[in-house]
Ligand binder design. Structure first.
Ligand SMILES: CCCCCCCCCCCCCC(=O)SCCNC(=O)CCNC(=O)[C@H](O)C(C)(C)COP(=O)(O)OP(=O)(O)OC[C@H]1O[C@@H](n2cnc3c(N)ncnc32)[C@H](O)[C@@H]1OP(=O)(O)O
Length: 187
């Protein structure tokens, strides 16, 4: 997870959402951010300065592992989704290759997890990023953290591996921004 010596600093795309702007969902049925997934995380990410974002996710009863506490896999999903959202600021499509997660404190149901994430380096198709999630407010104590390695892919990654019905539906999405995020970001 250490960037190689020839890695460079990430460059914010000139058309990236302005700091403070909500990113919205990249796909309505995404378990992390989609609004058409009733039990999903419905994570809301917002652009920050540089190649960084903030995000919030409220833990619902559907997200429990131990009684009254968030499931670790759900928290990993929140971190994965937050780190994945960063790639929209670079205007690349990328998927998670590796995700290293530390669970520092339990996160109770009804808690708002305040996440912040940034891209730290880019090396060819590899995008290195890091995130923390805090409870008790944006400056609260750290409950989770993760480092991510995302690999840039072409849209063919989804067309070749996904189911045609969902691909077709996403391509016909009337939400222009969401369609662009899914299909038009690669040259
Ligand atoms: C419908 C469309 C919607 C689209 C919306 C946007 C999507 C948003 C989704 C948001 C949802 C949230 C996000 C999600 O949940 S994304 C969903 C979870 N992730 C996946 O499903 C990815 C599955 N994996 C793959 O498809 C392939 O393995 C990929 C594409 C990742 C690489 O296979 P590919 O054949 O292309 O590349 P390569 O093997 O030549 O590797 C290239 C370089 O990368 C390095 N490397 C690779 N893996 C690892 C690793 N594990 N650790 C360390 N390094 C690794 C490798 O050493 C090499 O380095 P170098 O030799 O160059 O130095």
């Amino acid at each position: 997870m250490t960037p190689p010596d020839d890695a460079t600093a990430p460059v914010r795309h000139p058309d990236a959402p302005a700091p403070g702007e909500l990113l919205g969902a990249h796909y309505a049925h995404c378990f992390g951010c989609g609004d058409a997934q009733p039990h999903g995380l419905m994570l809301q990410a917002r652009a920050a300065e540089g190649v960084a974002i903030t995000a919030e996710f409220t833990v619902k009863p559907e997200h429990q592992g131990a009684p009254g506490l968030a499931h670790g896999g759900v928290l990993a999903t929140a971190l994965d989704e937050t780190l994945g959202s960063l790639n929209w600021l670079l205007r690349v499509i990328a998927v998670t290759g590796r995700l290293e997660t530390d669970f520092v404190r339990p996160v109770p149901v009804d808690t708002v997890l305040h996440l912040e994430a940034e891209v730290t380096a880019v090396a060819g198709r590899k995008i290195y990023s890091t995130a923390v999630g805090r409870i008790g407010g944006p400056d609260g104590e750290i409950a989770v953290r993760a480092d991510g390695l995302f690999i840039e892919v072409k849209v063919d990654h989804f067309i070749d591996n996904g189911r045609p019905e969902e691909i077709q539906a996403a391509m016909s999405d009337p939400d222009q921004v969401r369609r662009a995020r899914a299909f038009e970001v690669n040259p």
